[in-house]
Design a protein around this ligand. Sequence first.
Ligand SMILES: Nc1ncnc2c1ncn2[C@@H]1O[C@H](COP(=O)(O)OP(=O)(O)OP(=O)(O)O)[C@@H](O)[C@H]1O
Ligand SMILES: *[C@@H]1O[C@H](CO)[C@@H](O)[C@H](O)[C@H]1NC(C)=O
Ligand SMILES: CC(=O)N[C@H]1CO[C@H](CO)[C@@H](O)[C@@H]1O
Ligand SMILES: [Mg+2]
Length: 346
Amino acid sequence: MNLRARHGRGSPLLLLLLVLFTSGTRTEALEPISTTIAVGMAAALTGFLATYQNIFYYFHECCRPEWISFNKTALKTDLEQKLFGQHVASRIVLKAVNGFMSNESPKKPLVLSLHGWTGTGKNFVSQMIAESIFKEGMDSSFVHVFTSTLHFPHPIQIDTYKSELQQWIKGNVSSCERSLFIFDEMDKMHPGLIDCIKPYLDYYDKLDGVSYRKAIFIFLSNSGGESIVQTALDFWRAGRDRSEIQLKDLETSLSLSVFNNKESGFFRTSLIDRNLVDFFVPFLPLEFKHVVQCVMAEMKARNLDLDQDVADQVAKDLVYFPKVDRVFSAKGCKTIDSKLDYYTKD
Ligand SMILES: Nc1ncnc2c1ncn2[C@@H]1O[C@H](COP(=O)(O)OP(=O)(O)OP(=O)(O)O)[C@@H](O)[C@H]1O
Ligand SMILES: *[C@@H]1O[C@H](CO)[C@@H](O)[C@H](O)[C@H]1NC(C)=O
Ligand SMILES: CC(=O)N[C@H]1CO[C@H](CO)[C@@H](O)[C@@H]1O
Ligand SMILES: [Mg+2]
């Protein structure tokens, strides 16, 4: 049921204004007592209009704290309880978003770049961030997702895309400075397009009268994924615990591999050069035990009885790499949905 969609605007409001207007024009002809009554009525109406407006705000999403306010507890518990095997990413994301959202006057928008192997939780985490800030989560009209292959598929139309994208971002931020932009498949995005959003990420007070300092930009990509896997594998081979992996173990290899990768349009640009990205967030490849956790979470979400054996079976059926050691799930926690169907239907 959608309350907001059914909520009619305007008409009662217009009627009230009309009444107010006509009573106002007649005032001079009336006696003092009537005038007092008219003034009283006007006051009552103003009060009513304020209430009406509040009711409207209550049902209709708008750029106000009722609809947009950061809930740190929500993000923290989501990251702790729903995200598996990503201790590095989890820590950075909480710190970054909390720091930014508690700053009344940030100097630049928050720019996060999420990197890692497929199916490790990048979209999942951006969804958590959206839900912790916007009451409507990903459905909010202030959350904008751009997928390179979907929105900007043809390199030939790059110039159209450029001006379109710039207009969108400008229009969206003008109507709400707390806008969230998620760019998916950033590694497949045309470098020219990335260049055209660069100004919005920078330290400007205002551009054409619009301030972008309270917006959030999240870039998702697989670039750097291989080097993250390599680091995780080195730890595993050295018999060290996964939880010992720290950001500094991944940082250099990450930015180098991303920067040097000629394939990825993303970083041939000067996003890194100019330090426009505030945080690089590495996502580790997932192991068997994390996949089992994902399956159990999916069972819970579907209200199925939790069955460890089935979860193990589903996880065992996935492909792991490298071929010899079979340490990491090739598709992370993706495709578990359909696999679970197969095991739970007789
Ligand atoms: N680390 C994780 N913890 C819990 N669930 C996860 C994790 N990673 C992935 N999942 C589950 O798998 C689904 C797919 O993951 P997601 O879309 O976030 O992957 P991704 O990192 O964006 O991959 P890709 O690079 O292919 O886009 C999620 O909706 C979530 O249910
Ligand atoms: C923040 O999130 C927590 C956990 O989801 C919830 O219990 C709490 O009510 C929320 N706080 C506000 C102010 O919405
Ligand atoms: C006013 C404005 O430009 N709005 C745009 C915001 O972004 C979406 C895409 O998510 C566009 O479709 C809107 O036109
Ligand atoms: Mg994704």
